[in-house]
Write a new protein. Structure first.
Length: 463
């Protein structure tokens, strides 16, 4: 009796198990056949997306390609929305009789800025120096003020500039202010509208859009001021108090800028949509100087990287490089390594106190790679080095908003200037030497840093 009761109690459970087993066998046999068309569709979509990426995306966009592996369906679909733009067309231009400057002039012309006569260039070794010079020039403006900055932050620097702009607007001076949406998240959303009500034509560049993930990196990273089209400033300095030492962040904030004078400053007005007549190039007895820029967008053949490569490959005796972030393209790594192996004394200055730890981890990784190739590397011990500059052979100098990272080289809007001037380059090298003497070596990589670095490398364009 007991056995029969147990049997009848267990029979339903046994039947359920048998049914589940039969269903499992059935699905194991039939499901792959049923899903085959879906799997084939996914493979076909991924293949088409891969062809699309190879044809249109820049060579450095490994992160985008990784989406094909991580997200078979979604990744493939997103790849069709990758931004791309054609490389600039060549624009032969040889106004200087100097191989390096003529090559840079051709590259800059392809990017939309043309050689023009400059009368002078002043090296500004700190944000404080730029602040005092810029304020004086703004006060003297008669006709037009054009400003474009990645970061605006209320404080002594920007508030002083803003007060001058409002006064000038009342006196009929044309004022245009462009600022990046992400870089100025601390400003009110209606800030541009408020400024327009005060006579300042303000606009937000690269507005953040929640449903455009691939446009997040397309920032307007330029730092540029043009006054009456006769004076221009560019470099690493934004209009915020940390850049002039009024606000302490990451120790001493080291930055540089250049103050340019002459008719050539009008070329920068093109970046604000202004129409500038391209007259016959007259640069006799003027400073050999080439302004250049890149608009936001990822494409091979961008002007900034091409000019940097020209300068690196042309160096014969010395190269001094300052950059806060070192996540470069393979071409930049190769150019710096080759210069060092060819006997050029290449010195690279990096920050010691980082503002972004993930980028700093990768920066030290690439610094060690360059050290292995013979590049000398030191870190700015006093704090955060934000300067973006290159000098070569004691006569060429480049100052601008470009970092040696993939954002600056491939996606962000940037601007800069390269010039041939022994006095200017000497000032820049002298400043570099002062930092170098107080610099510290790059320390060895720790095991946990190596693990983090391996995880971060595939996402280098986004860190």
């Amino acid at each position: 009796m007991l056995r029969r009761r147990i049997f009848w109690r267990l029979l339903p459970s046994g039947l359920v198990l048998l049914l589940l087993l039969a269903a499992g066998v059935f699905l194991a046999v039939k499901l792959p056949v049923a899903l085959a068309p879906i799997a084939a569709g996914e493979r076909l979509l991924s293949f088409c997306a891969a062809l699309f990426v190879i044809a249109r995306a820049p060579a450095e966009s490994k992160t985008y390609r990784l989406l094909l592996l991580l997200l078979p369906w979604l990744g493939a679909v997103l790849c069709f929305f990758l931004p791309s733009s054609p490389p600039p067309a060549p624009h032969p231009c040889a106004p200087f009789g100097d191989g390096v400057m003529d090559a840079c002039a051709s590259l800059a012309a392809a990017g939309g800025l043309f050689p023009a006569p400059f009368s002078g260039a002043e090296y500004l070794s700190t944000g404080g120096e730029m602040f005092s010079r810029l304020v004086d020039d703004l006060k003297g403006a008669k006709e037009e003020i054009l400003l474009c900055y990645y970061i605006l932050a209320r404080g002594r620097f920007f508030d002083t500039v803003l007060q001058i702009l409002e006064e000038k607007a009342k006196n009929g001076v044309k004022i245009q202010l462009v600022y990046d949406d992400f870089g100025c998240t601390g400003l009110p959303k209606n800030f541009a509208k408020t400024l327009r009500s005060r006579g300042i034509f303000a606009s937000v560049s690269s507005p953040l859009r929640p449903f455009s993930p691939f446009r997040f990196n397309l920032r307007d990273h330029r730092k540029l001021a043009v006054i009456d089209r006769k004076i221009a400033y560019t470099g690493g300095v934004n209009l915020a108090d940390e850049y002039i030492g009024e606000k302490i962040r990451f120790g001493h904030w080291k930055d540089t800028a250049v103050r340019l004078t002459g008719e050539g400053c009008a070329e920068f007005a093109r970046l604000f949509g202004e129409k500038i007549a391209q007259n016959a190039i007259r640069i006799d007895n003027s400073l050999p100087c080439v302004p250049f820029s890149d608009s936001a967008g990822g494409a091979d053949g961008r002007t900034g990287e091409a000019i940097l490569l020209t300068l690196f490959s042309s160096a014969r005796s010395s190269l001094e490089v300052c950059t806060p972030y070192l996540v470069p393209s393979e071409r930049v790594l190769y150019a710096l390594s080759t210069a060092a192996r060819a006997g050029v004394k290449v010195r690279l200055m990096l920050p010691h106190i980082p503002d972004k730890k993930s980028v700093f981890l990768l920066t030290r990784h690439y610094a060690r790679k360059l050290q292995a190739a013979g590049v000398e590397v030191k870190e700015y011990t006093a704090g955060f080095l934000h300067a973006k500059s290159v000098t070569a052979d004691g006569k060429y100098a480049l100052i601008g908003s470009y970092n040696l990272d993939r954002r600056s080289l491939f996606t962000q809007a940037e601007c800069g200037v390269i010039l041939r001037s022994v006095p200017f380059a000497s000032d820049a090298v002298r400043d570099f030497d002062e930092m170098w003497k107080a610099g510290s070596p790059v320390r060895e990589e720790k095991p946990f840093e190596k693990l983090l670095r391996i995880l971060l490398l595939p996402f280098a364009p986004w860190v």
